[in-house]
Write a protein that binds this ligand. Structure first.
Ligand code: HEM
Ligand SMILES: [Cu+2]
Length: 650
């Protein structure tokens, strides 16, 4: 209890951190100034901070994740700079630890997941012919919980000190004996706050997809991206509660002196590793299955063919999701669970390669004899296939339990999971970004710059991570902050660092492409700029806030493709317009999440009074919400008519 300011509350020791602090304050001041100068505060509040529109929430997720890709990427470049040559001292051991922890945590929780959630938000309701998600208010709450959780994590390196026990945060290293101070508390509380949001997103999209599909869209007529999101939602619902519990137990250990994870108190440190990976392995599929869904959409769109083996694609995702819950021990074969346990997890891990292989062949067969058009989204999708294949095959190698005693925690592993996470999830996000960009904003990103970005990023990526397989087999272990000369590792590391910087250049071109295309990008006047197959391309770009003036009726897979082929209008297209029921905006998701932030920040420093105040704020918001009855409105027919004819669709 009480108010006890830790010694180094504002972190000042390291020049690099001081520079970051100054830059952060300047950026914040710049934003506040710009909003005030251009009188945009009300616009910000009315249009964005209080919105419950899935499309805007999606855009906010994507902007946040791009910022976090930048932040996490800088961390990656810092590490690669440090490792470029032997005996460098750009970073010391302590900061290296903090940086790989921040990098891993941010990339997984605050970049890959929100990026996927953003694309889900943008595309799924449109793909199924719905006007929003099932619970729009909850959706806004999910976003703001993610956002404030992310903010809490991001201030740690400036205020109080960053966590440094790796993104896996293993005990006893992360226990209060070996890691006193606020660092690990930041990890626990920020992930807890954003994790609640993720769980609610899973529930929201499960219900949305099951209950809100347009008439005639049976499960087996859903677009493949929607399928992947349905399965992902189920994984989220089963996996995230495990993380919630693990984080809560370790928080109680650290803040209140219990002993769930300390041996001396009768606890079990390996329990953390188990709980973490019971969530953590399915987590990999939470970010990669939607990417698979995106690749399926993109490949069939630009091969101008129906997706090959649609039902096999669906069933293999179902199998992957189920088996993903039975493989977690492969992350610690070296724990010593014995041959029987290791054999089981070895076989279950290898089994995942089968449905994954089915999917790869289906993508290849979709491409086969297609009239392929190499647009930017298609480049990312085609580039993904060999990359993910390398990631997957080295995964099977890691699954050989006895051999893993050699590979474990080496650069071989680092390379493997970057091939899977970057080559799978990030390539997927970028494919989706270029693909759905016109739908989000009404103009296309420049194709030539997009291709430059793709090639630089792709070649840079392979230069960066391919050599790491070899240096890993030569004995270089992960999380090593420097290494001596004479081990033969230097050329590999140098190439790797050059590749990392190439990726950085690719990223900068991507950002430039966005800024350039805002002014010069090709406008999307038809709403169907790629000649698409699914319902999101049937409405104007950007989509009107009610999405569909008339809810479409679906009678086949690739519904929009068939509608385009038909000459005559369908009966549903000729029906008179009706007023549309829409949810009201609300500032409460934002405010409630801000209270969560207050509680989290208090608990990080063990100021329990502040934790209690924050939680009371949350409770108050919940009570207010429970007594809110006037939470929707109707859009009248004349407004719909005006909007539709302004978009050229009278
Ligand atoms: C942008 C290019 C990237 C570069 C240059 C990069 C580089 C690195 C480096 C140097 C490490 C530390 C290795 C060590 O010392 O153990 C690392 C670890 C890691 N990276 Fe990346 N990375 C990149 C992208 C990503 C992405 C996109 C993700 C996830 C989606 C990711 C997830 C991770 C994770 C989970 C770790 C492990 C952290 C830990 O050991 O606790 N990285 N990365
Ligand atoms: Cu795993």
């Amino acid at each position: 209890m009480g108010f006890h300011l830790p010694k180094n509350f504002l972190v000042t020791g390291e020049p690099m951190i001081v520079v970051a602090e100054v830059l952060s304050v300047l950026t914040l001041a710049g934003i506040v100034f710009a909003l005030t100068y251009y009188k945009k505060w009300k616009w910000l509040w009315d249009e964005w901070l209080t919105t419950v529109d899935h499309k805007k929430i999606g855009i906010m997720y994507i902007i946040s994740s791009l910022l976090m890709l930048f932040r996490g990427g800088i961390d990656g470049l810092l590490m690669r700079t440090q490792l470029a040559l032997p005996n460098l001292h750009v970073l010391d051991a302590e900061h290296y630890n903090q940086i790989f922890t921040a990098h891993g945590t941010i990339m997984i929780f605050f970049m890959a997941m929100p990026f996927i959630f953003g694309l889900m938000n943008v595309a799924v309701p449109l793909q199924i012919g719905a006007r929003d998600v099932a619970y729009p208010y909850l959706n806004a709450l999910s976003f703001w919980l993610f956002f404030f959780g992310c903010m809490l994590f991001n201030i740690s390196f400036m205020i109080g000190g960053a966590p440094d026990a790796g993104w896996t945060n293993y005990t006893p290293l992360a226990g209060s004996d070996l890691a006193p101070g606020p660092g690990i508390n930041y990890y626990l509380l920020s992930l807890q706050i954003s994790g609640i949001g993720s769980l609610m997103t899973g529930i929201n999209f499960l219900v949305t997809i099951l209950k809100m599909r347009a008439p005639g869209m049976t499960l087996m007529r859903m677009p493949m991206f929607t399928w992947s999101v349905l399965i992902t939602s189920i994984i989220i619902i089963f996996a995230f509660p495990v993380l919630t519990v693990a984080l809560a137990l370790l928080t109680i250990d650290r803040l209140f002196g219990s002993h769930f994870f300390t041996v001396s108190g009768g606890g079990e440190p390996m329990m953390w590793a188990n709980l973490f990976w019971i969530w953590g392995h399915p987590e990999v599929y939470i970010v990669v299955l939607p990417a698979f869904g995106i690749f399926s959409e993109v490949i069939s769109t630009f091969a101008r063919k129906r997706l090959f083996g649609y039902s096999a694609m669906v069933y293999s995702m179902v199998v992957i999701s189920a088996v993903s819950f039975l493989t977690w021990v492969h992350h610690f074969f070296t724990m010593g669970a014995g041959p029987a346990v290791n054999s089981f997890f070895s076989v279950s891990t290898m089994a995942i390669a089968i449905p994954t292989g089915v999917k790869v062949f289906n993508w290849l067969f979709t491409l086969y004899k297609g009239r392929i058009e190499f647009t930017t989204p298609m480049l990312w999708a085609v580039g993904f296939i060999p990359t993910f294949l390398i990631g997957g095959l080295t995964g099977v190698m890691l699954a050989v339990a006895p051999a893993d005693y050699q590979y474990h925690n080496s650069y071989f592993l680092i390379s493997h999971f970057h091939y899977a996470l970057v080559g799978g999830a990030v390539f997927g996000c970028l494919a989706g970004l270029y693909y759905w960009w016109p739908k989000m904003f009404g103009f296309k990103l420049d194709e030539r710059q997009g291709k430059w970005a793709f090639w630089l990023f792709n070649i840079g990526f392979n230069l960066c991570f391919f050599p790491q397989y070899f240096v890993g087999l030569m004995g270089m272990t992960r999380r090593m902050y420097t290494y001596p000369e004479g081990l033969g590792w230097t050329p590999y590391n140098l190439i790797s660092t050059v590749g990392a910087y190439m990726m950085g250049v690719g990223f900068i071109i991507m950002v430039y492409n966005i800024l350039y295309s805002i002014r010069h990008g090709e406008r999307d006047l038809t709403g169907d700029i790629w000649n698409g197959r699914t319902l999101e391309w049937s409405i104007s770009s950007p989509a009107p806030h009610y999405n569909f003036a008339r809810i479409p009726e679906v009678d086949d897979l690739d519904a929009w493709w068939h509608m385009k082929k038909r000459k005559r209008k369908q009966p549903w297209e000729l029906r008179p317009l009706k007023p549309i029921h829409m949810p009201n905006n609300s500032g409460r998701p934002f405010i409630m999440s801000a209270w969560f932030f207050v509680a989290g920040f208090g608990l990080v420093f063990e100021w329990h009074w502040m934790g209690i105040i924050g939680l009371l704020g949350v409770l108050y918001c919940m009570l207010k919400r429970s007594f809110e009855y006037d939470d929707h409105h109707y859009i009248q027919v004349d407004e719909i008519e005006r909007t539709e004819s302004a978009a050229g669709r009278a």
